[in-house]
Design a protein around this ligand. Structure first.
Ligand SMILES: [Zn+2]
Length: 351
């Protein structure tokens, strides 16, 4: 079962999806202000970000399905106004299997020079000693500084790495529908210095809407992953689980610009998805798990489409398979979330 939650910062209140829908419908009108006299309304076409959930079983057994996903994304990128692709980690099943890395390498060539993308290496991509030599070999910074980014208003120089971790922790800046965004990809269970870097990066780019992808964050039950449930099992003690990232970076209330956390890893949702929403500083912060690796064919090529409708203050989430050419239409995989883009960016542009 998937889960939907909405929580205040200090109180945990579980509500079903119907109540979230009511909140959305009640909240939306106040965020849509009529234009001032003489002001021209410029419609902002919705744009999309694609999420590629855990691809490890494709790389291991069905490399053609991973290629099918990236080929499909590339083929519809213009017609669907796709501006960014983020992979949630566990690119491969076995961190030291170069056949699997080559499968991923080949698949992502469909995006190279075409669409900007970020990858958040997962536990399966990292060696027992914490290094990630093959991820760094196949997806070096030069590759993530995708030449195609200029077409989308990306700042290539801003595809910045963090210290010795190389490409494991990166961000990129982009603009779409007249707003500024930062896509941050963090490695699995990041270290203290990486969490500090995240904190500093969110401060540095406080007027950018932040979309953060890290492999393990939201669990199948809609909780934030704890160290004992994720990091200590896979990465050893001393790493930061979702609860730690939340406590250190989000809970202090210093960042109003985080729109969402995207993650994979947890396999225990029969729907392949779960989510929760917390209200932080008065703004909803959405946390979404998607992971279909336990489905047939390693995931049936399901991927996520996040449609940002700025004018309506809505994020429309759908889940599509370019293999079966069908959408998953259950409530865990097709839904809309309220994001007060206008209100929020009005606040942000005051800086
Ligand atoms: Zn994992």
């Amino acid at each position: 079962m998937g889960a939907h939650r909405i929580n205040s910062m200090f109180r945990v209140i579980r509500l079903d999806v119907m109540l979230i829908a009511i909140i959305v419908s009640l909240s939306m009108p106040s965020s849509i202000q009529p234009p001032a006299s003489g002001q021209t309304v410029v419609p902002n076409a919705p744009f999309k970000i694609v999420v590629l959930p855990d691809t490890q079983h494709y790389a291991q057994h069905f490399p053609w399905l991973l290629k099918l996903q990236t080929d499909w994304v590339a083929s519809v990128s213009q017609s669907q106004n796709i501006v960014f692709v983020t992979q949630t980690g566990d690119i491969v099943e076995n961190w030291d299997n170069q056949t699997q890395w080559r499968a991923a390498d080949i698949a992502f060539t469909s995006l190279d020079g075409h669409l900007p993308y970020g990858i958040a290496p997962g536990n399966h991509d990292i060696a027992p000693d914490g290094t990630s030599p093959y991820f760094q070999q196949y997806f070096p910074l030069e590759r993530l500084r995708n030449p195609a980014t200029a077409r989308f208003g990306f700042d290539q120089a801003a595809v910045a790495p963090f210290g010795s971790h190389g490409p494991n922790n990166t961000y990129r800046l982009f603009s779409a529908a007249g707003k500024q965004f930062i896509g941050i990809n963090l490695e699995f269970c990041p270290t203290d210095d990486t969490v500090a870097w995240l904190d500093q990066t969110l401060t540095k780019f406080a007027n950018y809407g932040a979309i953060i992808t890290t492999h393990s964050f939201t669990s199948a039950s809609g909780d934030r992953e704890t160290a004992s449930h994720s990091c200590q099992v896979w990465a050893g003690p001393g790493q930061n689980a979702a609860t730690d990232i939340w406590d250190k970076v989000i809970a202090p209330g210093q960042h109003d610009n985080v729109l969402m956390f995207l993650s994979g890893h947890d396999i225990w949702s029969s729907a392949g998805a779960a989510r929760r929403t917390d209200i932080v500083n008065g703004y909803p912060l959405h946390q979404m798990l998607s992971n279909y690796q336990e489905f047939k064919l390693g995931g049936e090529a399901y991927l996520r489409l996040l449609e940002f409708d700025i004018d309506k203050s809505v994020l429309n989430v759908s889940t599509y398979s370019p293999l079966t050419k069908t959408f998953k239409t259950d409530a865990d995989n097709q839904f809309s979330l309220y994001i007060p883009f206008s209100k929020r960016f009005d606040v942000l542009t005051k800086q």
